[in-house]
Design a protein around this ligand. Structure first.
Ligand code: FES
Length: 250
């Protein structure tokens, strides 16, 4: 009896704290509910230039496979008006002769599809492990303060929409924030304020690593791959090299 009590008493000591990134509610990801600004009657038409662009993309695919242009079509919608209302999804389904449900599936699966207006500048803060270990919590806090906007919402003037996102594929330059298509890497709190301030003033902040290094190279300069690469044929057996050399007159 005494042993049993001892085991139960020791259990709390074996539990460890853990933390996890903020989770999005499933409703945010998958469910559409008609609203004043986003319903099947929301006006949407492709501009002439974008329609021409879309037709050119569709022609890249064989007859009957025009639905392969779905991703490009939704991207064009998003670049035209900044987000993808459900009426635009219907328009795309009509142009590509495919069921609306297939378009919904695509639009809800890929998180880069914005199904609500996310501001003139959509600031995305990466919160996955490498960025988290490099201080993404503090970066997120700085972004929220600089834009006066909490993650998941819009600033009062509609200029900024802040979102937390998962790995942006630039972990070697963590922590990373992205503003629309541009990546700002190796950011610190000061960089965040500068970037947001430049955007507010109508400027374009220089994208890429903010600490002065080139791409993902070490900040102290390259330590490998410093020589010129060997020429074609390097390391191939001499016999094979001879056999593959074209004979004169052939
Ligand atoms: S974890 Fe942030 S870019 Fe990969």
């Amino acid at each position: 009896m005494l042993n049993k009590y001892k085991i139960v008493k020791d259990i709390p000591r074996m539990l460890r704290n853990f933390s996890c990134s903020k989770h999005l509610r499933s409703e945010e990801l998958f469910v559409h509910r008609d609203s004043k600004d986003n319903n099947p009657s929301t006006p949407f038409e492709f501009t002439e230039a974008n329609m021409t662009r879309l037709c050119a993309i569709i022609q890249n695919y064989p007859e009957g496979c025009q639905r392969s242009a779905l991703s490009a079509a939704l991207d064009i919608v998003q670049r035209q008006i900044g987000w993808i209302p459900i009426s635009a999804m219907h328009k795309v389904a009509e142009i590509l002769s495919m069921p609306r449900m297939r378009v919904y599936e695509w639009a809800t699966f890929y998180t880069m599809n914005k199904r609500r207006f996310r501001g003139k500048f959509n600031v995305k803060v990466c919160v996955t492990t490498p960025c988290m270990l490099r201080g993404s919590d503090i970066i997120l806090q700085a972004v929220e303060e600089a834009t006066c906007c909490c993650a998941g919402s819009l600033s009062a003037d509609g200029m900024f929409g802040v979102d937390t996102v998962q790995c942006q594929g630039a972990c070697a330059n963590a922590p990373v924030i992205a503003v629309d298509d541009d990546y700002y890497e190796d950011v610190n709190v000061c960089d965040v304020y500068n970037i947001i301030q430049t955007l507010k003033c109508g400027g374009i902040p220089p994208w890429g690593p903010q600490n002065g290094r080139f791409a993902a190279e070490p900040i102290t300069g390259q330590t490998s791959l410093c020589e010129c690469p060997p020429p074609p044929g390097f390391g191939i057996q001499p016999d094979l090299l001879q056999a593959s050399t074209p004979k004169p007159g052939k």
